[in-house]
Design a protein around this ligand. Structure first.
Ligand SMILES: *[C@@H]1O[C@H](CO)[C@@H](O)[C@H](O)[C@H]1NC(C)=O
Ligand SMILES: *[C@@H]1O[C@H](CO)[C@@H](O)[C@H](O)[C@H]1NC(C)=O
Ligand SMILES: *[C@@H]1O[C@H](CO)[C@@H](O)[C@H](O)[C@H]1NC(C)=O
Ligand SMILES: *[C@@H]1O[C@H](CO)[C@@H](O)[C@H](O)[C@H]1NC(C)=O
Length: 888
């Protein structure tokens, strides 16, 4: 029951002008820049060959075998926008599935937890916490009866700092996204809820991403190596973790829309990455009928064509027809249905799964059962108000707290004493007086910013705002509840006063424009909203000691005030969700040391990054072309290459205490015996159901069935079914008359060399190097958690142009008391030591033994930020040393 109401109306408004929009392709592809090409790749690889899914596939195949044609096509599509859920096959015991946003908690309901956003979670650099949040979210989805969690989001990767939805993911680095995404999938799916990794792929900006009757969505033109080493990377980790579903994006890749891009879905996702679950379209992004089925899409959501609510659908009854008339091969439909049913079995949803007990579009107990059918919808009980929060607030608070990133702390100004007189500035310090949920989809920026806006949000059950939490601790507090600096300060500033200035920067989905920002931060750019810079500057004029607290969706340019002498301390609290208050005061007053680290770099100027990354693509006519000309060089990879010093580097984060990193050891766990991974096992064959076109009677609409108005069904009238079947079995069958794309084939391929297991060749996930490092809290007063980050430097002269350093693993210590130490372990897998070779179409480890005299030496740098690397370890001599000059 995911809601995209906003988006629907937008699409509707645009689509009303296009009466021809139907199951066929919308239009011919637009030209993309030379060299970018979406190659054909057919057919869709069958699922079911991967060991860990075999049992679920066996059960799924048995169930699908009992389904009629109309039942199979029913479960591969939604029932229509505002109708809720996918279609069922109740006769054989397969329910409607509830697919629900959002990536930070159960969306559009009540009695749920509003967790910190993905970006906040990434900033903890804490695997245990990332996982704990996911377990809690999974329990809440299950408790509400939602089968499918529409998260995690690892695309956008965060290539463009202005991008609107970066905050739903974990940070601008593929490894941070990959590890956090995989742990999220694991935690959610262990609760019996299917996770959906999204958006596949190249959705790095919000504006212009959607196709509409006048303009195609932008094309992300990505070369093969960049795709593998950056954007596909976290998806590979997600598939390796066994993710049950993947959602395609709205945009095109190399000119071909993601919901029907055969190269992306058939080749990269289902063949190379060996994805066993089902691929679904993002809401109303499904453009074509037969073409998308052939290109590997398995589920159409919410079932409608781009003009919703007129009963049209690219699939459902049209898919039934396309199978009967022979255009879509029967085995493709069987594979779609089997993938969906297999995921349901894989996570145990056939046993004791709670019934859906909430409604996305109605908040009262009784209401329209099918709002899309208004005014003809029956009314009934739709909300049971099940409280799924348990003690999850404590996980949410811990994530929010451990994400808080101390960027600057002159003279160890923080922590504050609770005796200090505090003067608090900025409306971001307190919750929106109209209530935290006053703006639908959080599409406004009023009060403390706990999350961005759009479909990736959840309702707040309550909001612990900073000012309330501060007032609980400090007696002498005054809030100036305005974003304009007051003309009169009363009491007048003294040297003892501390000013805390709250500023923020918001972003979200393109379905809403907030204060001139169309999802992306196109209006406010990377500056604080509501004149926040000025507020800080003014406070810094009047007060000797200023602390700046920033709630933000991503990087912010802090140059207008960062060097002012009275700006003593700066805390980035990211997007804390409902637990914004106490998480912050715990840090402000020193109950805990801050331990968050930046999941992106903060540059001094927007154009410290290349135009292709710092600018948004715009086009009035035709398809905007978003060409990834910077290749591998985003964020710190670019800054290091260009020797541009950011204000704060990726991974940076201070503490109230200090840490020493000693006793580093590196060991070889598995020899890197060849540059190429060992050859994969051949793909096992899978049993297939009958590929014969079923009798037309399997599609007949039953007599006497009362249809819900506008609901999308999979049946055909008897005459339409008979007509289609006649074409299917005739010599002029669909398979001969349908204009199949170049390169179309129905013969299963053996599988690409880089594949072989979930996520790719299993050898890519073998640990090669393991590092131990002992971290000691060398301070004398404060406890603290240290973040240990490992970056790889590839062998010199490897022949591959490779970023100087790249994050490969991270670990966080427990809360270490003064003098206490802990040894943490970091691992590098074969893939972490490899580059994608576009000619070999495989991962190549250039430092493997015996590679014609080239250097075999990988250097692993260990430190507490990408610019604070204290120790290096060599992969060949297995020596670690301290106190050497870092490479960046
Ligand atoms: C896009 O085009 C580039 C350049 O030809 C190619 O390397 C890459 O594999 C293509 N990607 C897709 C998804 O078609
Ligand atoms: C398709 O699903 C809907 C919703 O559950 C149901 O009413 C309908 O009977 C199903 N159709 C078939 C063919 O089972
Ligand atoms: C078969 O049905 C599909 C779906 O309605 C349609 O797009 C296609 O053109 C039909 N093919 C033939 C040969 O009638
Ligand atoms: C860190 O540890 C090293 C090696 O034991 C030692 O030489 C150095 O003095 C320590 N630094 C601090 C700040 O304690």
């Amino acid at each position: 029951m995911a809601v995209r109401s906003n988006l629907v109306w937008l699409t509707l408004a645009l689509s009303l002008f296009d009466p021809t929009c139907n199951a066929g392709p919308v239009r011919q592809r637009e030209a993309v820049p030379d060299g970018f090409y979406a190659a054909p790749y057919y057919p869709t690889p069958y699922g079911g060959w991967e060991e860990s899914w075999k049992q679920s596939y066996a059960k799924a195949q048995a169930l699908v075998d009992k389904m009629t044609l109309a039942e199979k096509t029913n479960i591969t599509g939604g029932s229509g926008i505002f109708m809720g859920n996918s279609g069922s096959a109740y006769r054989v015991g397969f329910p409607q599935l509830c697919l629900q946003d959002g990536a930070l908690g159960v969306g559009n309901t009540d009695h749920n937890t509003a967790f910190p956003a993905g970006m906040t979670t990434g900033a903890t650099f804490d695997k245990d916490l990332i996982y704990a949040r996911a377990v809690a979210m999974g329990k809440e989805f299950r408790g509400k009866g939602a089968h499918v969690f529409l998260g995690p989001s690892v695309g956008p990767l965060g290539r463009k700092p202005l991008g609107g939805r970066n905050w739903e993911g974990f940070g601008s680095d593929p490894v941070l996204q990959g590890i956090a995404g995989a742990l999220t999938i694991k935690g959610v799916q262990e609760q019996g809820v299917i996770a959906t990794i999204k958006h596949f792929i190249g959705n790095e900006q919000e504006m212009y991403r959607m196709y509409n009757p006048f303009q195609p969505g932008y094309s992300s033109n990505i070369d093969d190596r960049t795709l593998h080493e950056l954007y596909l990377w976290p998806f590979a980790d997600g598939v390796h973790a066994g993710v049950g579903s993947v959602m395609t994006s709205y945009n095109a890749v190399n000119g071909s829309a993601a919901s029907q891009n055969a190269y992306m879905t058939n080749n990269l996702l289902k063949d190379e990455l060996g994805f066993q679950g089902f691929v679904l379209s993002d809401w109303l992004s499904h453009l074509s009928g037969v073409a998308s089925a052939l290109a590997g899409l398995d589920m159409s959501m919410p079932g409608d064509t781009q003009i919703p609510l007129f009963g049209g659908s690219p699939w459902k009854f049209h898919l039934t027809e396309a199978v009967l008339n022979g255009s879509v091969p029967v085995d493709r439909l069987n594979d779609m249905a089997t993938r969906i049913v297999a995921a349901w079995y894989q996570f145990g949803q056939d046993k004791d799964f709670p019934a859906v007990n909430f409604h996305s579009y109605v908040s009262s107990e009784k209401g329209l059962l099918y709002p899309g059918a208004v005014p003809a919808s029956p009314i009934g009980k739709v909300n049971w108000f099940v409280d799924v929060q348990a003690d999850h607030a404590s996980v949410a608070r811990q994530v929010a707290q451990d994400a808080i990133t101390l960027l600057k702390n002159d003279d160890d100004f923080l922590p504050l004493s609770t005796k200090t007189p505090l003067r608090v500035f900025g409306s971001d310090a307190r919750v929106d007086p109209a209530g935290p949920n006053a703006c639908g989809s959080r599409a406004c920026n009023k009060g403390t910013l706990g999350m961005g806006w759009g479909s990736g949000v959840a309702n707040y059950p309550y909001f612990d705002d900073p000012i309330t939490a501060i007032k609980k601790r400090v007696e002498d507090v005054k809030l100036y509840d305005s974003d304009n600096f007051p003309l009169i300060l009363s009491p007048s500033p003294t040297d003892d006063d501390v000013a805390i200035v709250f500023i923020n920067s918001d972003a979200g989905e393109n379905s809403f424009t907030v204060e001139g920002n169309h999802g992306d931060r196109d209006n406010d750019k990377l500056s604080a909203w509501h004149n926040g810079d000025k507020l800080v500057q003014k406070a810094a004029e009047k007060y000797k000691n200023v602390v700046v607290v920033v709630h933000t969706v991503g990087p912010l340019i802090v140059e207008p005030w960062i060097d002012l002498p009275s700006v003593k301390s700066v805390l980035f609290a990211h997007l804390p969700g409902q637990e914004a208050g106490e998480s912050l005061t715990n840090v402000l007053f020193g109950d805990v040391s801050p331990s968050g680290h930046l999941p992106y770099s903060i540059t001094k100027k927007e154009d410290d990054l290349p135009d292709s990354v710092s600018k948004l693509v715009k086009e009035i006519i035709g398809q905007p072309q978003d060409t990834y000309s910077e290749g591998l060089y985003i964020d710190y990879r670019w800054l290091n290459k260009q020797k541009i010093k950011p204000r704060y580097a990726f991974g940076h984060g201070l503490s109230y205490t200090t840490f020493n990193y000693t006793d580093a050891h590196i060991k070889l766990v598995n020899a890197l015996s060849s540059a190429l991974p060992p050859a994969r096992q051949p793909k096992p064959s899978v049993p297939v159901l009958s590929t014969k076109i079923p009798p037309a009677s399997e599609a007949y609409e039953p007599a006497g069935f009362t249809k819900v108005w506008r609901y999308i069904y999979s049946w055909l009238s008897k005459s339409d079914a008979d007509k289609a079947y006649a074409v299917g079995i005739s010599d002029k069958s669909g398979s001969k008359t349908y204009p199949y794309p170049a390169g179309y084939s129905t013969v299963q391929k053996p599988g690409v060399p880089a594949g072989g297991g979930q996520g790719g060749n299993p050898a890519l996930f073998d640990t090669i190097l393991e590092l131990d490092v002992t971290v000691q809290n060398t301070g004398s007063t404060h406890k603290g958690k240290a973040s240990v980050q490992a970056y790889v430097q590839f062998p010199a002269g490897s022949g591959y142009d490779t970023p100087i350093i790249q994050l490969r693993d991270f670990a966080k210590t427990k809360d270490l008391a003064a003098g206490e130490s802990e040894t943490v372990t970091l691992r590098l897998r074969r893939k972490d030591l490899s580059v994608w070779d576009t000619l070999k179409q495989n991962w190549v480890a250039p430092g493997a033994e015996g590679d014609n005299g080239k250097s075999k030496r990988y250097t692993v740098w260990v430190g507490e930020g990408s610019d604070k690397l204290f120790t290096r370890c060599f992969s060949d001599t297995l020596v670690c040393e301290r106190g050497v000059e870092p490479p960046v």
